[in-house]
Structures are given as structure tokens and as C-alpha cells.
Design a protein around this ligand. Structure first.
Ligand SMILES: Nc1nc2c(c(=O)[nH]1)N[C@H]1C(S)=C(S)[C@@H](COP(=O)(O)OP(=O)(O)OC[C@H]3O[C@@H](n4cnc5c(=O)[nH]c(N)nc54)[C@H](O)[C@@H]3O)O[C@H]1N2
Ligand SMILES: Nc1nc2c(c(=O)[nH]1)N[C@H]1C(S)=C(S)[C@@H](COP(=O)(O)OP(=O)(O)OC[C@H]3O[C@@H](n4cnc5c(=O)[nH]c(N)nc54)[C@H](O)[C@@H]3O)O[C@H]1N2
Ligand SMILES: [Mo]
Length: 782
């Protein structure tokens, strides 16, 4: 284990705040954006920053934003418009050839649009005509299950509640959510093991933690406000260990925008003590080694285990059966180093495990979360100060959307409550998630697709298959703020309905409305836009849902859709009756300074699980799963080569087997591409393949070479072979079995069949690929 080398440009801080952000805005936008920046995440009024789900600090800070937030806000507050005039200039076929960067910079969607096939263009349509077309198509369905209703996690609680209610009153639970691609293993496994699928920690716990194990996360880019908390914890003597195949440079030094000395004198905090640079997909194996050592050396918390848990004997036995040779093969870390780590865990009176996409987005994503939870349970680290589980969610309200009922597998109790409150039968059968929904779409089983935000086709695996499938539906509806690829593959009818963003005022007949969100640590906070909407034609998401519900369900619907959309208090009163934890919602949200914390039983050591205890879980996959996958692909390729009489596969440019992981750059928010630079990783283009310099030279290749990356497809033919490239080979301090590329450009390489068993999360962080060096020349950096 080595220390992260010092990197001269600290993460966050003023340079981070103001350097690369300015470029993406025109002057007017910058003013609009910077005024709004100072109104985000403030205790009274203002909006919750749509940049990530990290909680706000309890105490008021002059600025509680970061570069990430500024970019996301600037993107939303852009004054440039993708209006009917813009679409008159560009056919949809032409726009299909645009990059994510170009689409993002086309401006804000500002009027309802309908796809006219004769012209191959989007043209303006009135809201009323759009709703009538929607109603006509809904009437033609033979079953409500022929429609799919996707949600992305920007949507605030009030419209989310209305949306799921509309979808269920219409008659289906087909409510996939971006969470299906994000923290689903967390929700599933924490739910099963602790009785609630959410973080057990509060922000205050970070102030008391003695050890933070940070798995598969890149907070300098993705949750910059988390750095402040980490730096603070570190100053208090907490050890912080990053477990990641990549040495993320942004973690080494951090400047705190809240501390004047840091800003002016250029001081910064060292943050991470150690990096455990494990193999891709090695987390379950590493955690197995730690847990095995803790049990075998009797360092575990027997009282807690006896009083609070179930399933200890099976996990103990399973751990005893795992050999150190397999553990080392599974994670690529030596036994002695794993024991060092286990000793730190044993010595810590308060340990927090935080995790991100490096844990969840694997075939073993469910196992990884189970093993983190197992570790916390072995040490009794749930329900005490300074300790616990801290999954760090991405989209600013992805957690709240789920709480509001956006869920394809709703609990019986949610459906019962909705039936009781609205006196309307609710569909009982589980619906499609992102993966099964995409498969149904491809199989021609779906006639309507609706996206409440997001960029479904591009965020999901097998992008090109989904794009083609979208063109076979009767109707696609996109409610969004910015143009994206999913909108460019029209079905027989295709509508773009532009909505207000988080930063903009929602004014209705009942006056100005505020909404709410739930952050990654279960805090429900108000959010109220402060800016004049970029166009007068925009509607709030709530209004759009109400209008669609009114047109589709007809005048007989007993639910007061329009009243709800005009007065969010009415929505909140229903939420208070239907959703646990929201009792007295309107009163509490108005009388608390920064919202309220949702009751979290596991924090109080009350376990709402099947057994009534916290549950140890034995992993489903062997800890050597990734190594076995790579070996299997290698032998399949060798067989093939032999069959083709091409045995000499070892020449310089022969095919090579690798694990591909996909990551985010500093200049993107998911599929919204703000720029081409990835500051901390020092790349300035997105078509790169990141590999360790030692591996590059071992192959006899060179940085700058062009490489094709292919997936093999699976033997039963459900996933086709695909190739991406050429990508520019680029040096990065990354584990030896790993190559990395940027999401979403590489998403065609991930397939819909490779996912975790229970949560169905696609394996975006590990897929076996074959690399081939080619001689194609690559254009100069953009
Ligand atoms: N600027 C910006 N901020 C964002 C987003 C954005 O796109 N841009 N997206 C938002 C969203 S929706 C989310 S979910 C979060 C995502 O935030 P993160 O969870 O930080 O997501 P990623 O950048 O996808 O990957 C995280 C890390 O996983 C590591 N990793 C890869 N494979 C493995 C593995 O096998 N094991 C381990 N331990 N680590 C591995 C990668 O090296 C990388 O450092 O960020 C949110 N915030
Ligand atoms: N290969 C790979 N694939 C991944 C991932 C990965 O790490 N690797 N990460 C996965 C993860 S963690 C996630 S969360 C998903 C993200 O998947 P999505 O949430 O579907 O994608 P986004 O890019 O966040 O969606 C951007 C679009 O949302 C719309 N939008 C923005 N703000 C608003 C708003 O306020 N209201 C409405 N209605 N619309 C709005 C805009 O039109 C914009 O184009 O991608 C997943 N896909
Ligand atoms: Mo996410």
C-alpha cells in the first residue's frame, strides 16, 4: 500500500470553482448561473443543488457548492435555446450524429415538440395537442403493461409522488428508475440485511469516525462537497483509506472553499492515508480476507453479534472455507497487506464504510454490498456514533424518488397505503426495471415509452439496440430540460415536453411553490427555484403529470390532479398519509431549519428484516469470479484461433483480454457532457482507453496507440459481439487487470444480460473485453 503521490492542483477550492466552468457558459448565463450558485444549498430559501446527493452542512456556510454544482447549474441556466428554430435547422438524422457535448450545448428545450417524419424534424406543437396525442395512444394499448415509465433522479418528491400515482392508477408498476443502474444493490442488500435500504450514518458521524473505508468512489469529481467532510475527519485524526483500482488524484490534496486560509494562502489538506489498489471486481475477495482474519483472530464484537444478528454461523463457515490463495487471486492484494487493513479495522472504535459505483456496478454488486454490511455487523458498527454504512448516491433526489414510490417492485405496504388513501385499486404485479424494460422494448413488447428526465438509451447497456427499439414504439414521451440522444430515435409518435429546472421558479394560480428532496443521508429538505424560467412556455413536472393524468385517465379520475399541481401542500398532505416517516410533512418542512431526518430504524438497532435481526449474507459468486471470467474468455479465444489455424496469438498486436471499467470525467454529469477535460486524470479527450504504463510497455505498446475494444457476445446469442474504437491508449495509475473508458460513450460494450442477480444492476464496472492494437490514425486532441 503506497501513499497517493502529491498532485499539485488541489481538488475543489477557488481554482476548481472558477477555472473550467466559465468556458461552458456565455456571459449572460454566467451571470444567471453565478447568482443562482449563491442561492443553492442555503438554509433559508434557495434550491437544493442538482449536482449530487451529498447532504448540506448543518451550519450555514457562505458557499456550499462546488465546481460540479456550478457546472450542473450552468448547464441548466443556459440561456441558449433548443427551440423550434433550432430544430428547423437540423434534421433528426443529422442530430443522431452529434456528440453528447454538442447536444448538451444546443441549449435548453423551450417548447413542446413533435417529430414530423415527413420532414425528419422536430416541429412545434401546442401543449393541448400534445396531450391529445398522448391520450389517443394510451387508449390503443391492450394492457397498461405495454407502457414503460422511466424516471431519472433529478425529479423532486412532489412530482415524483404524482407520477407514480398516475402510472399506478393507469394500471402498471412499470416504473424503472436510474437507481436500477446506480445504487440498486445497496437498496436491495441493505434492505435485506438491515431492514432499510438507506445510509445508516448522518453527516455528524463523519466528525466522530476513527476509520473511513471508501470503496469505489471518486468524490473529488463526483461529490466534491464530501471532500470537506473527509478533510475535516482527517484533521481530527481519522484514517481514510481508498479502496480503488485507480489512484484518483483528486483525493490527494484538497482545498476547502469554506476556509479563507486555504483559498488565499493555498494551503491544503492531505486526505487519504492509503490506497488499496485492488483488481477490478476484487472488493468481495478483499472484504472476505478482512472478515476471515477478524474472525480467526477473535477481533469481532460478540455481544453485538449475539444480540442483534442472525446468520453468523453460515458466514463464519463460508469464510473459513475461503483460501488465502483465492482471496489474493480475487483481489490482487497480498495476504500481509490485507491483514494490515484488518488490523486497522480491529483497532477502530468507530468505522464508516462509504461506497459508490465501484462497488455496485458489477455482477457481484449485490455480494459486494453484502460483504461491506457483513463487516460492519461483525464489528458492531451500526447504531453507534461515528460508524455505519454510507452509500453515496448520485442524482440529487434519486433516494427521494424511491421513497415517493417510484419503484418497479413496490412493497405490499406501499400499495396498500396508496389504495387506502386514494380509494383506487393499485396494480399488484411487479413491473419492469431498466434491464428487463430494455429487453421488453427490444423484444417489441412495449408500445409506449415515457422518460421523466434522464437519457435512458445512452445510460443503459446495449445503447444501439435500445435506440433501434425506441423506433418501433407507438409513442415516446420525453419530459426534460436538455436535448439528448434518447430523444433522437422516434417511434410512430414522438413528443418532447420541456420542463422547468430545479433553479427556476414554479408559480401557479396558488402562488409560488417549493418542492422537497431527500439527500443521501435521509434528510428531507425544501428546494425552491429562484430564477425566471428560461422560457414562458415551460411547465413544471407536476403540471405535466397532472395534465397527462387528466387527459389519459379522463374526467372520472377522483384524484385532484390539477389541485395537486397548483398547490404542492396538497401533494405533501397525501404523502403524509401514504408514505411512512412523512407524518405532519407540511408542518415539519416549514418549521425545521434544514428539513428533517427520516426515521431510520436500523440506526436505533431495530431490524425490520425477515428474521427481526440484522442479517449476515453469504456471497452468491465465487470470490475469484472475475479471474475466472477472464480465463474463460482467454480459452474461448485460443480455441477459436486454433480452429482458424491462427495459433500464434502472441505477436505484439495479438488480441489481449482485459477487464473494462467505465468512469465519469470531471467535465460531465452522467450523459451530459460539459467539456473534454478530465482535470485530475489529466486527459483532454474522451475517446481514451486508460491503462497502467507498466502494462502498456509489457505489451510492447505505446501511449497514443490506437486500440479497438471488443466484447465477445454470449454463447446463447442474447448479446451480440460489439467493437468500440479506435480509442487512444493513455497512461493511468490503474490496477494491472484493468482498463477504463468514459461512460456513456462505451455503453454499447456492456450488455443487458450481464448484471447482478437480485438487483439487476448492469456490470458497468467490469466486463471482459478483448483489446487489439490497430494502425488507424487518431485525430489531434479536441
Ligand atoms: N461531476 C459529476 N458528478 C457526479 C456525476 C457525474 O457524472 N459527474 N454523477 C452522479 C451520479 S448519478 C453518481 S451515481 C455518482 C457516481 O460517483 P462515483 O461512485 O464516484 O462513480 P464513478 O466515477 O462511476 O466511479 C467511481 C470509482 O469506482 C472505481 N472502480 C472501478 N471499478 C472498481 C472496482 O472493481 N472496485 C472498486 N473498489 N472501485 C472501482 C473507479 O476507479 C472510480 O474511481 O456521482 C454523481 N455526481
Ligand atoms: N457505463 C456506465 N453506464 C452508466 C453508469 C456508469 O457508471 N457507467 N452510471 C449509471 C448511473 S449511476 C446513473 S444514475 C445513470 C444516469 O442515467 P440518467 O439519469 O438517465 O441520465 P442523465 O444523464 O443524468 O440524464 C440527463 C437528462 O436528464 C434531463 N434532465 C436534467 N434535469 C432535469 C430535470 O430537472 N427534470 C427533468 N424532467 N429532466 C431533467 C435532461 O434532459 C438531460 O439530458 O447512468 C448509468 N449508466
Ligand atoms: Mo447514479
Amino acid at each position: 500500500m503506497r501513499k497517493i503521490p502529491v498532485y499539485s492542483h488541489p481538488a475543489a477550492g477557488w481554482p476548481a470553482l472558477f477555472s473550467s466552468t466559465r468556458k461552458l457558459m456565455d456571459y449572460q448565463t454566467f451571470l444567471r448561473g453565478s447568482v443562482s450558485v449563491f442561492k443553492s444549498n442555503q438554509p433559508q430559501g434557495g434550491f437544493d443543488c442538482p449536482g449530487c446527493a451529498w447532504p448540506d452542512h448543518k451550519s450555514h456556510k457562505a458557499i456550499d457548492v462546488c465546481e460540479n454544482g456550478i457546472k450542473v447549474i450552468a448547464s441548466e441556466t443556459m440561456t441558449k435555446k433548443a427551440d423550434a428554430q433550432f430544430f428547423a435547422r437540423h434534421t433528426v438524422t443529422e442530430l443522431q450524429g452529434w456528440t453528447g457535448y454538442e447536444l448538451e450545448h444546443s441549449g435548453r428545450l423551450s417548447e413542446p415538440l413533435y417529430y414530423d417524419a415527413a420532414q425528419d424534424r422536430y416541429v412545434a406543437i401546442s401543449w393541448e395537442m400534445a396531450y391529445q396525442r398522448i391520450a389517443e395512444q394510451f387508449k390503443q394499448l391492450s394492457s397498461p403493461d405495454e407502457a414503460l415509465f422511466y424516471t431519472s433522479g433529478r425529479v423532486t418528491n412532489e412530482p415524483a409522488f404524482m407520477y407514480q400515482l398516475f402510472v399506478r392508477c393507469f394500471g402498471t408498476n412499470n416504473l424503472p428508475d436510474c437507481s436500477n443502474m446506480c445504487h440498486e444493490p445497496t437498496s436491495v442488500m441493505l434492505g435485506r440485511q438491515l431492514g432499510i435500504g438507506k445510509a445508516t450514518v448522518k453527516l455528524e458521524d463523519f466528525e466522530q469516525a476513527k476509520l473511513i473505508l471508501m470503496f469505489g468512489q471518486n468524490p473529488a469529481t463526483n461529490h466534491p462537497r464530501m471532500l470537506e467532510m473527509l478533510a475535516h475527519a482527517h484533521e481530527q485524526g481519522c484514517r481514510i483509506i481508498s479502496i480503488n483500482p485507480m489512484r484518483e488524484q483528486g483525493l490527494s490534496k484538497f482545498r476547502n472553499p469554506q476556509k479563507p486560509t486555504h483559498m488565499t494562502a493555498g494551503q491544503s489538506n492531505d486526505m487519504v492515508d492509503e490506497v488499496v489498489q485492488l483488481q477490478i471486481g476484487g472488493d468481495a475477495a478483499l472484504l472476505t480476507g478482512i472478515a476471515k482474519w477478524l474472525i480467526e483472530n477473535d477481533k469481532i464484537n460478540h455481544d453485538f453479534i449475539t444480540t442483534h444478528t442472525s446468520g453468523f454461523e453460515p458466514i463464519k463457515q463460508w469464510l473459513a472455507e475461503q483460501s488465502w490463495a483465492d482471496i489474493e487471486l480475487g483481489c490482487g492484494i497480498l495476504e500481509t497487506d490485507i491483514i494490515n487493513l484488518a488490523e486497522l479495522v480491529a483497532a477502530s472504535p468507530a468505522t464508516i464504510c462509504t461506497w459508490g459505483m465501484g462497488i455496485t456496478q458489477h455482477v457481484q454488486g449485490d455480494d459486494n454490498v453484502a460483504m461491506i454490511t457483513n463487516l460492519l455487523l461483525l464489528m458492531g458498527m451500526i447504531g453507534i456514533d461515528g460508524a455505519g454504512a454510507s452509500p453515496v448516491r448520485g442524482h440529487s433526489n434519486v433516494q427521494g424518488d424511491r421513497t415517493m414510490g417510484i419503484h418497479e417492485r413496490p412493497s405490499k405496504s406501499l400499495l396498500d397505503s396508496l389504495e387506502r388513501v386514494f380509494e383506487h385499486p393499485m396494480p399488484q404485479e411487479h413491473g419492469y426495471d431498466v434491464v428487463t424494460g430494455a429487453k421488453a422494448l427490444i423484444a417489441g413488447k412495449l408500445k409506449i415509452f415515457m422518460g421523466m428526465g434522464g437519457n435512458y438509451a445512452v445510460a443503459a447497456p446495449d445503447t444501439s439496440a435500445i435506440e433501434q427499439a425506441l423506433m418501433t414504439t407507438q409513442l415516446n414521451i420525453f419530459v426534460g430540460t436538455k436535448l439528448n440522444e434518447t430523444m433522437l430515435y422516434p417511434g410512430a409518435n414522438n413528443l418532447i415536453l420541456p420542463c422547468l429546472g430545479r433553479t427556476e421558479r414554479i408559480v401557479t394560480a396558488k402562488g409560488e411553490q417549493f418542492a422537497t428532496i431527500e439527500d443521501s443521508m435521509c434528510q428531507v429538505v425544501p428546494t425552491q427555484g429562484t430564477l425566471k424560467p428560461v422560457s414562458d412556455t415551460l411547465k413544471s413536472e407536476s403540471q405535466i403529470v397532472a395534465d397527462i393524468a387528466t387527459h389519459v385517465l379522463g374526467p372520472d379520475s377522483t384524484i385532484p390532479w390539477q389541485a395537486m399541481s397548483e398547490d404542492f401542500d396538497i401533494v405533501r398532505d397525501y404523502v403524509a398519509q401514504a408514505i411512512n416517516g412523512f407524518e405532519d410533512f407540511n408542518h415539519r418542512i416549514r418549521t425545521t431549519e434544514r428539513g428533517f431526518h427520516l426515521y431510520h430504524a436500523a440506526r436505533h438497532r431495530i431490524w425490520n428484516t425477515d428474521s427481526g435481526k440484522a442479517q449476515f449474507e453469504v456471497p452468491k459468486y465465487p470470490i475469484t469470479y472475475v479471474a475466472a471470467q477472464m480465463a474463460e474468455t482467454t480459452s474461448a479465444l485460443e480455441d477459436n484461433a486454433r480452429k482458424n489455424g491462427n495459433v500464434d496469438d502472441d505477436q505484439n498486436d495479438g488480441q489481449k483480454i482485459w477487464q473494462l471499467t467505465s468512469v465519469r470525467s470531471h467535465d460531465q454529469f452522467n450523459t451530459m457532457i460539459f467539456g473534454y477535460k478530465d482535470r485530475y486524470r489529466q486527459t483532454n479527450r474522451r475517446d481514451v482507453l486508460l491503462m497502467h504504463p507498466d502494462e502498456i510497455s509489457r505489451l510492447g505498446w505505446h501511449a497514443g496507440d490506437s486500440v479497438m475494444v471488443s466484447r465477445q457476445g454470449n454463447p446463447n446469442g442474447t448479446s451480440q459481439p460489439r467493437t468500440l474504437g479506435p480509442l487512444v491508449l493513455t497512461e493511468m495509475d490503474i490496477a494491472s487487470n484493468a482498463v477504463a473508458a468514459y461512460y456513456p460513450e462505451c455503453n454499447d460494450l456492456f450488455d443487458l444480460d450481464t448484471h447482478a442477480p437480485d438487483s439487476h444492476i448492469p456490470a458497468y464496472k467490469s466486463t471482459t473485453v478483448v483489446l487489439q492494437r490497430v494502425n488507424a490514425s487518431i485525430a489531434e486532441p479536441v
